[in-house]
Write a protein that binds this ligand. Sequence first.
Ligand SMILES: Cc1cc2nc3c(=O)[nH]c(=O)nc-3n(C[C@H](O)[C@H](O)[C@H](O)COP(=O)(O)OP(=O)(O)OC[C@H]3O[C@@H](n4cnc5c(N)ncnc54)[C@H](O)[C@@H]3O)c2cc1C
Ligand code: SF4
Ligand code: SF4
Length: 439
Amino acid sequence: MILIDRQRCARCGGCIDVCPEGALTLAEARLVVSRACTDCGSCLSACPMGALHHGGEAAAPGLLPSLRRRYDVIVVGAGPGGSVAAETAARAGLSVLLLEKRQEIGSPVRCAEGVGHEALASFITPDPRWIAAEVTRAEINASTGGTTRTLRADGGRGYILERRLFDRVLAERAAAVGAEVRVKAAVNGLLIEDGRVRGVRVRRYDLGEGPCEVEVEAQVVIAADGVEGQLGRWAGLTAPLPLRDTMVCAQYLLAGIEIDPACTSYFIDYSLAPGGYAWIFPKGEGRANVGLGVQADLWRDVAGPRTVLGFLDRFIEERPFLARGYPVTLVAGNVPVALPPTRLVSDGFMLVGDAARQVDPLTGGGIINAMAAGHLAARTAAEAIAGGDTSASRLAPYAEAWHRERGRKMERNYRLRERFAPASRADERFLQAFALAVG
Ligand SMILES: Cc1cc2nc3c(=O)[nH]c(=O)nc-3n(C[C@H](O)[C@H](O)[C@H](O)COP(=O)(O)OP(=O)(O)OC[C@H]3O[C@@H](n4cnc5c(N)ncnc54)[C@H](O)[C@@H]3O)c2cc1C
Ligand code: SF4
Ligand code: SF4
């Protein structure tokens, strides 16, 4: 039976129609081969990626210029944190490699896409190409014991992004100033020598013929590999995320609804979204990101649906103005609402963004925090490299700057979330803090 290299497969479907046995099908996220396969080999000729093979290693297609074996900085993950880090490091004159395991930067989206104007504008001029809607109002609905209280705020300017485009634009900016960007390049190990990170092991498809796994060295590795990131664990900085610090989220992009196009809405209600909240973020033209996040250790004990998606479906069904819409996209993803690890750096290694749990524990917002951390980390890395010392103590100013500029506030919000039991977050003091956090 033919073998599929799933990491290499681009899920284009090109091989399916050439199979005489009808043995190949494209499930949503992967190609599947059935027992009907006679190993005739026809599909190998139809695959642009070299993803099919009879056994052993698949052939490397050699599409792009070769990677070098050594860079000043390797950034892992081309989310907002990684791309800003790569851009900052490249602007400082360093040789930079930005590695992304997905085949399309920014896709699939795992986000409600809301950001504040001022914070965003301090990094990049807002551009209608990647902004779906501008919002100027927020409404927080808090319910407990059948009573609902609503806080309304006008004038807080913000945006609902098109992250699929936004993330790519950030990576393009890094490339424009000299960072080498690679997609479908998954880091599957760290090179560690005497406790010091010296580089990464990467599965790549752009080196021409030869082995598919290569070791690339760097003076500093910046791990911006997001919520699913493993590099922090491999470096000994992070431990598994406790369930109570994990927000489990589901979201639809609903089309065909009528809502205030300039108002974001939040719903805090323990029975609706245990330990979290539901949101409606307008995206223009009768569309909105409608989602909710629940605390992972709580929701299964609450009477109601048996999946988080079920909680979302119920939220929508109970609101006729939403129920008349249709989901055109489903997003599932988790948010770490935890304290950051004790150490954000080790010798030759830095952690950034969701990988470093740099998310606001009250709101789950992490886009701007990741960008800020990426910038601070790369700036510190550049100074350390210029000084010829990339030990943990020389990289530590990044952790200090992060703590001073944003981390302290995140820790305060974490403690606040701890102080109010999940079922008592309709409390006036919690709501005021939540309102401040959403801007
Ligand atoms: C449902 C939901 C709603 C959200 N809503 C908001 C919101 O409205 N506003 C907000 O500010 N934040 C929101 N967030 C959080 C926000 O999406 C994240 O905080 C943000 O994306 C973090 O950026 P990052 O660069 O750290 O990581 P990511 O954006 O997660 O990027 C990490 C990248 O690393 C890549 N990667 C991982 N491992 C490897 C590897 N081994 N090799 C190569 N590449 C790798 C991944 O493919 C990914 O592209 C939401 C999150 C969820 C799940
Ligand atoms: S080897 Fe032949 S029978 Fe098997 S999946 Fe490919 S085309 Fe189909
Ligand atoms: S042709 Fe190649 S890349 Fe496309 S679906 Fe088939 S195996 Fe995957």
